[in-house]
Design a binder for this molecule. Structure first.
Ligand code: ATP
Ligand code: FE
Length: 371
């Protein structure tokens, strides 16, 4: 099988061509980072226009680089949710036009499932069931993947996700936002003392697997204000003291943000082992999983529990087309796909878009134990 994957759910326009043996034939990403830096966030209408401007070229580049003609494709996979509908629509329209013209089946893909399943492309011997931690800009999920399409949600963010906290911390510290905030914090944190600012770990008293980063964000903002750092001055021109204070806050924030992940993962492993005693792996994916400190800390957790960590390379952790193509392959070979759309589908047709789309059912620990 050879599948084209298209991803436009948020701020990256991505496409890739992947074979069912896991071979990545091409991978193209066009990022809106410059736009984001200029306007300080994603405005749906602007993001939609940015996707629309580059989608044809991104898809064509992916096909050219893979040296694959449309007629050679087995199917077209596209993210249909969760995400911004205006943005999702651009990808879905492109996918359906192409699939209609060349009579190819379509696979509608769940963006978070794709973040999780790409681990099976990276590590072919990764079998269900396994535990997954998904950490990105909009999501913080602990999922027990029991089988393809069969997921149990052990925990989720009750407010902000960790990526959002990284991005805001970077913004408030006046770091270079031409790329996302995460990498900037990770880099600066290496210079700082992680014990210098005493932030408190979120949700200590809640013995569950949910996450909360809104409180930590507030603690960080107050710390920046109280240190009277001049965040208007770019980091490379700031005084030695200012630079140290900024690095200390970055390091202290990162320590506690990740400690929260460690505590939740440890508990989730216990829960998951109760449901599926045969699990052997913790998969960590989503943009924040490209962080080296996060990987190292979570590796310690899984070792203590005698599991193995599976973490895709950074380019497959952040939004990409490969994960969509791969998830398309997984579903396609189980016979889960839609027939080719009509070649002359009208532009105003209503697509199946799922801006809010939970991945699997929520786990109710109390009820399960009472059974
Ligand atoms: P979602 O998947 O929830 O819809 P998204 O698609 O915007 O969100 P991804 O591309 O998966 O997100 O991840 C982007 C997030 O990952 C951003 O918040 C970014 O700051 C964060 N991130 C990227 N690299 C790093 C890093 N090295 N350290 C920490 N965070 C990082
Ligand atoms: Fe994502």
């Amino acid at each position: 099988l050879v599948v084209l994957g298209i991803e436009t759910s948020c701020d990256d326009t991505a496409a890739a061509v992947v074979r069912s043996n896991g071979e990545i034939l091409s991978q193209v990403v066009s990022s809106q980072a410059d736009l984001l830096a200029q306007y300080g966030g994603v405005a749906p209408k602007m993001a939609e226009e940015a996707h629309a401007k580059v989608i044809d070229k991104v898809v064509q580049d992916a096909l050219d680089k893979a040296k694959i003609a449309e007629t050679d494709l087995s199917a077209v996979a596209v993210t249909i949710g969760p995400g911004l509908s205006l943005c999702l629509r651009v990808g879905v329209q492109k996918a359906r036009n192409l699939a209609g013209r060349f009579t190819k089946p379509i696979v509608g893909v769940h963006h978070m499932e794709a973040h999780a399943l790409v681990a099976r492309l990276v590590k072919q011997e990764l079998e269900f069931p396994f535990l997954v931690l998904l950490i990105s800009g909009g999501h913080n999920l602990l999922i027990l993947a029991r089988d393809l399409g069969q997921y149990v949600q052990l925990g989720t963010a009750i407010d902000d996700a960790i990526g959002e906290a990284y991005d805001k911390t970077a913004k408030w510290l006046g770091l270079d936002m031409r790329r996302s905030g995460g990498p900037a914090i990770e880099e600066l944190a290496r210079e700082g003392d992680p014990e210098s600012v005493k932030f408190s770990t979120p949700m200590k008293q809640h013995k569950d697997c949910n996450f909360s980063y809104a409180g930590l964000k507030t603690q960080v903002r107050l710390a920046i204000e109280s240190k009277k750092i001049n965040v208007e001055i770019p980091l490379s021109f700031s005084s030695v003291e200012d630079r140290c204070s900024r690095a200390d806050i970055a390091a202290s924030f990162q320590r506690v943000a990740v400690l929260h992940l460690e505590e939740r993962c440890e508990r989730a492993i216990d829960w998951a082992m109760n449901i599926e005693p045969s699990i052997k792996h913790l998969v960590v994916s989503g943009g924040v999983a490209s962080n080296q400190y996060v990987r190292a800390r979570l590796d310690e957790v899984v070792k203590r529990k005698s599991l193995q960590l599976v973490c895709p390379p950074p380019s497959l952790c952040t939004d990409n087309g490969v994960m969509v193509a791969w998830t398309g392959i997984e579903h396609f070979r189980m016979g889960r796909f839609d027939p080719p759309p009509p070649a002359d589908e009208p532009e105003d047709v209503v697509y199946d878009l799922r801006p809010r789309w939970p991945l699997g059912e929520e786990y109710d620990k109390g009820r399960s134990e009472a059974r």
